[in-house]
Design a protein around this ligand. Structure first.
Ligand code: SPM
Length: 289
């Protein structure tokens, strides 16, 4: 018999997400959090951490394609990449599509998330054994602190800023990411919903602006997150998100990848934001020309 799963986290205060589930097929308390795996009625299998929705099979593509392909097509030569978090595997699944990639380090603090994803989420975790993927079970904060001038792209595929991911939203972490990137590096962070959590985005941007000359925010649609969308901060030492795309799109021939969400138009349009958000976040306006 189906029942409603109601998200426990109340970050948006007056708004919660609920989703109809058929059954809970796995539950596990780890050193860091409670992992839940559900079969939903309309969204396929779902991963939750501490009773917050991380991803569902039906709509994870819009999140994982955008967190991976926007920085990968913005950078001129993204060979060495770090993913912090991302234990479900969706982000590395997208990254290994890029022929230019030599290696991706997946730094996940909770080994049990990776194990559960391997077992219950095969469509997301199916590239963990790709030879370009190096899985590291480690605190992402410590990892970036200890890897200076190392990566072309860093992607922070985190949960919300409570519990184990809280530290990934702090200035010190952004600073260590900056130092861990090479001189033309790009950092992308999961940065919440543009209207519900403008204050969180504002804070992350205020940290990033101190180090990166290029700072932006872009958006994607994820119906199973509160408010139906989520965005990412984009910090770059050298490249705008647009100057290398033509060369990179041509060299990867990505239109044969059969993606579900990411397109050339969406790459650009995702940076176009509502007027009040641009003003509140003090972001430069993006031209569609
Ligand atoms: N690889 C997928 C991991 C998901 N990362 C983002 C999770 C955000 C969940 N909460 C969304 C909004 C509530 N603040």
């Amino acid at each position: 018999m189906s029942e409603w799963f109601v998200e426990k986290l109340n970050m948006a205060q007056h708004l919660k997400t609920q989703i109809l589930v058929e059954k809970k097929i796995h539950s596990e308390k780890t050193q860091y959090q409670e992992i839940g795996i559900f079969d939903t009625v309309g969204f396929g299998r779902m991963l939750t951490l501490d009773e917050v929705i991380m991803c569902t099979e039906k709509d994870e593509h819009s999140y994982h394609e955008m967190i991976a392909h926007v920085p990968m097509f913005s950078h001129k030569n993204p060979k060495n990449v770090l993913v912090v978090g991302g234990g479900d595997g969706g982000t590395v699944r997208e990254l290994v599509r890029h022929n230019i990639l030599d290696k991706v380090d997946l730094c996940e603090i909770d080994e049990k998330v990776i194990e559960a994803s391997k077992k219950f989420l095969p469509t997301m975790s199916n590239q963990f054994s790709n030879p370009k993927v190096n899985i590291v079970i480690e605190d992402g904060f410590k990892w970036v602190k200890n890897h200076k001038n190392h990566y072309d792209v860093i992607i922070v595929d985190s949960s919300d800023p409570v519990g184990p991911a809280e530290i990934l939203f702090k200035e010190e972490f952004i600073k260590y990411c900056y130092e861990s990137l090479k001189e033309d590096g790009i950092l992308v962070n999961q940065a919440e919903h543009l209207i519900l959590f403008t204050d969180i985005i504002k804070e992350i941007l205020s940290f990033g602006k101190k180090y990166f000359p290029i700072y932006l925010y872009y958006n994607t649609l994820v119906p199973t997150y509160p408010g139906g969308c989520i965005g990412f901060t984009f910090f770059s030492k050298k490249y705008t998100p647009f100057e290398n795309t033509t060369q990179r799109w041509n060299s990867e021939n990505f239109e044969n990848w059969n993606l579900k969400y990411y397109t050339k138009q969406i790459h650009k349009a995702s940076f176009v934001l509502p007027k009040e958000i641009i003003q509140e976040l003090e972001l430069p306006e993006v031209s569609l020309q």
